[in-house]
Each structure stands twice: as structure tokens, then as C-alpha cells.
Design a protein around this ligand. Structure first.
Ligand SMILES: Nc1ncnc2c1ncn2[C@@H]1O[C@H](COP(=O)(O)OP(=O)(O)O)[C@@H](O)[C@H]1O
Ligand SMILES: [Mg+2]
Length: 312
């Protein structure tokens, strides 16, 4: 029987000598959804991916991945998953096209040449297809790596920090590719250090801290833990009170004043508030604006708050 979870783990543990990298990881990823494993450096994210993709054996615990038992049927799990990691799997001496054809042949994909071409096109690598992969930029390399992991059309795709170290343009291309995959029904488990990335790509977030899932929820729930910081700068000191009234109405929070900068700030937990709406409301109230910003919380903000709440 296939479960409705593409990934379901219980009590996964892994030690490296004295380091207890995973201390009982419980994770449930529903089929066809994208889950973001969010956590700081050293939290255990990569270890979790390596265990769930059969690259490492757990010391304790169990898991089902893509309908198969991780420990009893590792070969079946491997056949149904794709993985791209910080450790690149493509060969720099081969061209992009050669790399993908090789993967396709290794995995006995029908029509290896066509599959390679299709993926090169999809990831914007058609023009660079006949250059050695060693000449690719970091972003191109990462896209080729992602393409290689998709050659077999996996049921579950694991992405370990897919955009860390990439420029915003490359990051957006990877995001688009991941969104297309999830729209097609592929289950995605991605790790990230950025709340923003999880917000962009994941249906659900599992916050990992010290080898355990410390908190789960939707991206909106995570952002609402802290709320976004709203700030408006007005042209004249005597409209600050008017601006504060608008912020108060929008956020329900006590506004703060920075008289020197003619700035009024507030924190909102309303995740539906957008910058255009903020500007429209202020404009409608006749507040002359110099600047307005709406900053979502960072992982650091959320992390601090959640660990404080736990301690209290
Ligand atoms: N092969 C290894 N040998 C020794 N320690 C390791 C090894 N892999 C990971 N660790 C340690 O395990 C912890 C979790 O690491 P990792 O899973 O890479 O975290 P993350 O991916 O969240 O940054 C860290 O303290 C790391 O130093
Ligand atoms: Mg890692």
C-alpha cells in the first residue's frame, strides 16, 4: 500500500563520533507537496537529506520514502527519488549535454538524447549545452545538477540548499524550476537557511534545530510569529500623527516614532498586508510619503522568538 506521505520518518538519529547530528527526526511530507526543512548552519539538514536518500545509514529510527521502507528497500527508494546537493554530481570535463545523456543512459531512460535536450531547454542551458560543465557559472552548474536529478522523473526530489551562494537572477531561475515541478505533482523536500526561500517554495515548513524538528507550520504561520516591520517616512513632522493613525488602523499595533527621521513604525502580524496597499491607504489619508517599507521577518528573528518561547 502506498501511504499518503511521500516522506515519513520517525526518530531518525545519527552520530558522528561525539557529534549528535540528528537526535530523533520526525518528519511527515504529504505527497505532492513541498516541505521546507529550515534551520541554521549545523542544525542537521544535510544529514537528514543524506539519511533519507540512502547515502547514510541511521543509527536509530525508521522512515518510508516514496512508498518504500528506507532500511529494508533502499534500492527501491533510490529508484524513485532524485537528489541535488551542495556536493555537485556532474562531471566538469563533459559538456552539459553529455552529462545529461550519460545520466539518462545510466538510468535506462527511454530516448536519452531527447530527454537531455528537453531538460537543457527547460533549464535555459540549450545555448551552453556543448561547452564543458567546468566553464559554467555557479548558477548554470546548479541548474545542470538539478536537471541531472530530474532525468528519471523522480516521485520525490530532495534539494539541499538549492540556491545558497547564487546571485538573485540564478536563484529566481531555480525557484521557477522548483515551482514548475511542484505544480506537476512532484513531492519536494528542500533544505534552506532562508525563511524567504521556504516562503517562496514550500507549502509547509519544519524548523530544524539541533537535530530535531522544533516547530512546524505554514510559511504564513511562521511569518506571523514575529510579524513584518512596517516603516513610513513622511515629508513633514506634523503629518506623523496622521501616518500613525493609518498604521494603527492597518496593524492594530502601537506605532513607534522616530522624530529625527520623521519615521513612524509598527509591527504587523497580518501576513496579507502588502506594500502597495500600505501606500494606497496612506495616500488616501493624505499623508505625503518620502519612503515606505514592509520588511518580512528573517529566520533569525523567528528562530530567536521560537526558542525564547520554548525556554519560557
Ligand atoms: N561526516 C561528518 N563527520 C563529522 N561531523 C559531521 C559530519 N557531517 C555532519 N557533521 C556534523 O553534524 C552536525 C549537523 O551537520 P549538517 O547535517 O551538515 O547540518 P546543516 O546541513 O543543517 O548545516 C554539525 O555539527 C556537523 O558539523
Ligand atoms: Mg547543510
Amino acid at each position: 500500500m502506498t501511504s499518503t506521505y511521500a516522506v515519513l520518518s520517525e526518530g531518525l538519529e545519527k552520530r558522528f563520533g561525539d557529534v549528535h547530528a540528528l537526535r530523533g527526526l520526525d518528519l511527515a511530507v504529504a505527497q505532492g507537496t513541498a516541505c521546507g526543512l529550515l534551520g541554521p548552519n549545523g542544525a542537521g539538514k544535510t544529514t537528514a537529506v543524506r539519511l533519507l536518500t540512502t547515502l547514510l545509514r541511521p543509527d536509530a529510527g525508521s522512515a518510508r520514502v516514496a512508498g518504500h521502507d528506507l532500511l529494508r528497500e533502499p534500492a527501491a527508494v533510490r529508484r524513485r527519488i532524485g537528489v541535488t546537493g551542495q556536493y555537485a554530481s556532474v562531471d566538469g570535463d563533459l559538456t552539459g549535454r553529455q552529462n545529461l545523456r550519460l545520466f539518462a543512459r545510466l538510468h535506462r531512460v527511454r530516448g536519452p538524447a531527447e530527454r537531455a535536450d528537453e531538460l537543457l531547454e527547460r533549464f535555459g542551458l540549450a545555448e551552453a549545452a556543448d561547452r564543458p560543465a567546468s566553464t559554467y557559472s555557479g548558477g548554470m552548474r546548479r541548474r545542470l545538477d538539478l536537471a541531472a536529478s530530474l532525468v528519471r522523473r523522480p516521485d520525490v526530489l530532495f534539494l539541499d540548499e538549492p540556491t545558497t551562494g547564487l546571485d538573485p537572477g540564478s536563484r529566481n531561475r531555480i525557484w521557477d524550476a522548483v515551482r514548475e515541478l511542484t505544480a506537476d505533482g512532484t513531492t519536494v523536500l528542500l533544505t534552506t537557511q532562508y525563511l524567504e526561500e521556504a516562503d517562496q517554495l514550500a507549502d509547509d515548513i519544519a524548523l530544524v534545530n539541533q537535530g530535531r524538528v522544533a516547530h512546524t507550520g505554514s510559511p504564513a504561520q511562521f511569518k506571523a510569529v514575529i510579524g513584518a516591520q512596517v516603516e513610513v517616512v513622511v515629508t513633514e513632522a506634523d503629518v506623523m500623527v496622521k501616518a500613525a493613525a493609518v498604521l494603527d488602523q492597518l496593524t492594530g499595533a502601537e506605532p513607534s516614532f522616530d522624530h529625527e527621521r520623521r519615521a513612524v513604525g509598527a509591527v504587523t502580524r497580518d501576513v496579507t498586508l502588502t506594500l502597495p496597499r500600505l501606500v494606497r491607504e496612506l495616500d488616501a489619508a493624505g499623508v505625503p510619503l518620502l519612503d515606505a517599507s514592509l520588511k518580512p521577518p528573517t529566520l533569525d528573528d523567528v528562530f530567536l522568538r521560537l526558542t525564547e518561547e520554548r525556554a519560557a
